[in-house]
Write a protein that binds this ligand. Sequence first.
Ligand code: NAP
Ligand code: HSE
Length: 431
Amino acid sequence: MTTHIGLLGCGTVGATVAEMLLTEKAMLAKRSGQSLALKRILIRDTTKIRNNKIPANLFTTHPDDILNDPDIQIVVEVMGGVEPAKTLSLRAVKSGKLLVTANKHLLALHGVEIFRAAAKANSCVCFEASCGGAIPIVLALTRGLIANEIDQVVGIVNGTCNYILSEMSSTGKSYSTALAEAQAAGFAEPDPTLDVTGGDSAHKLAILASLAFGTNVPFDRIYVSGINTIDDMDLRFGRELGYVCKLLAIAEKHSHGISLRVHPAFVPQKHLLANVNGSFNAIAVVGHASGQTIHYGRGAGGKPTASAIIADIVEAAMGTAPLLFKQLPLLTRRSTAGVIPIQDVSSRHYLRMMVHDKPGMLHQITGILGKLGISLAAMVQHEAHEDQFVPLVIMTHEAPDGKVTQAAAKIDRLKGIRGQTRHIRVIDPAP
Ligand code: NAP
Ligand code: HSE
C-alpha cells in the first residue's frame, strides 16, 4: 500500500525533503517496507525557480489541495513561522492526517494546543527535525534515555550562531560576513533575527526541556540573550583565559525547581562542547543512570534536516509514530516543577569594562563587587597605549546572576567607565 504525502513549503528544507522522497524512494521502500509517494507541495510564489528534480505539476498555491485530499495521509509542515502554519497544522491533525513538522517556533508557542488536537483526532505529531537538525535527540529523550531522571540538558542548538561564533574566533571574520555566509548556506531562519537573538535556541530548549523534565515549559519563562551584542574583543580575551564562546541553551533541575536559559557562555577550551564548530550542534544530557551522553551532528541545512523529517515520515507510515505519540503525555505531564528566575541562578562570570587608566578605579570596581559578595578569581589588564581607556577583565567565582547584573549596573555609573560592562557567563557542563 502506498502512503501519500503532502508538503507545506518547499524552501531549503522542503525542497530537500521533496528531492529525497523522489530520488530515494526505492531505497526507503527497501528499508522500511513502505511505499512513500509525494503527492502535492504547497508554495507561495509561483515565479521562483525551483529544484528541477521536482515535477512542476506537484506544486500548488492552494492549501486545500493537500488538506482536503483524502489520499494524503501525512502532512509535512516546513513553512516556518506561526501563521498560517498553525492554522494549517491544526486543520491537518483535526482531519486525522499525521503531522510531521520542523517548526520549533510553532511548537514552543502552541505545541500544547496542536498536540491536544492531534490526540483528540487520533492523529499524531512528529517533530524530530525541530531540534538539533540531523541529531535524533527527540528519539534519545523519549526512548533511549527513558530509564533516566534527567538532571541537565546543555546544548549548542543553533547552527547559525555556532557558525558565526566559530568563524569569528577561528578566521577573524566579521559578525556580518559570517551571518551572510550562514544565510547563504541555508542554516538561518527566514528572519535570522530569531537565530542571533537566541529566540530559535529558546524555542528548541522549550521542546527539549519539556521532554527531559516532563513538564510543559512556558516559553516566556526562559531567559534569552543572543550573540548579536558579542564583541570580538571578548572572544580574544576568552581565548587568552582558556575559554571558547558558545551560545548555550541550558535546562537544569534544582532542588526547588528548574532553570531555563539561553545565553552566550564561555566554555573551557578542553570541553567537548567548546570543540563543536560550524553549523554542528551538540546536546549534552545528564541522566541519573546514564551519566552524561553527548549527541552531536549537523544542526542545520537542507540535508541534515531532511534526514530527520524522512525518519519521522517513515515512522508515521509504519504506524509506530502514532503509538509513540500516545505515550507523549505520560512523558510530558509528569512534573509541575516551577521555573527559577535567572537572578537566582549561580555560575561564574566574565566581566569586561572600559576603564579610564587613572588611580583608584580598580579599588572602586572591586569595592562594588566585594559589597555584593562577589569574589574575584582572575583579572587581566593590558597596558594602555594611545587610548586612555583600557579593557579590564574580571573573572568571578560562582555568584548569583542577579548580584552580578546589579554590580555591572553600578560599575557602569562610575565616573571613568566608558560604555557598558560586557557580561558573559562561564559554564563548565558536567563531565
Ligand atoms: P524557507 O527556505 O524560508 O522555506 C519556507 C517555504 O515555505 C517556502 O517554500 C515558502 O514558499 C513556503 N511558505 C512560507 N509561507 C507560506 C505561505 N503563507 N503559503 C505558502 N507557502 C509558504 O525555510 P526553511 O529554512 O526551509 O525552514 C522551514 C522550516 O524548517 C522552519 O520552521 C524552520 O524553522 C525549520 N527548520 C529549518 C532548518 C534549516 O536549516 N533551514 C533546520 C531545522 C528546521 P515560497 O518558496 O513560495 O516562498
Ligand atoms: N536556523 C536554525 C539554526 C535551523 O541555525 O540552527 C535549524 O533549526
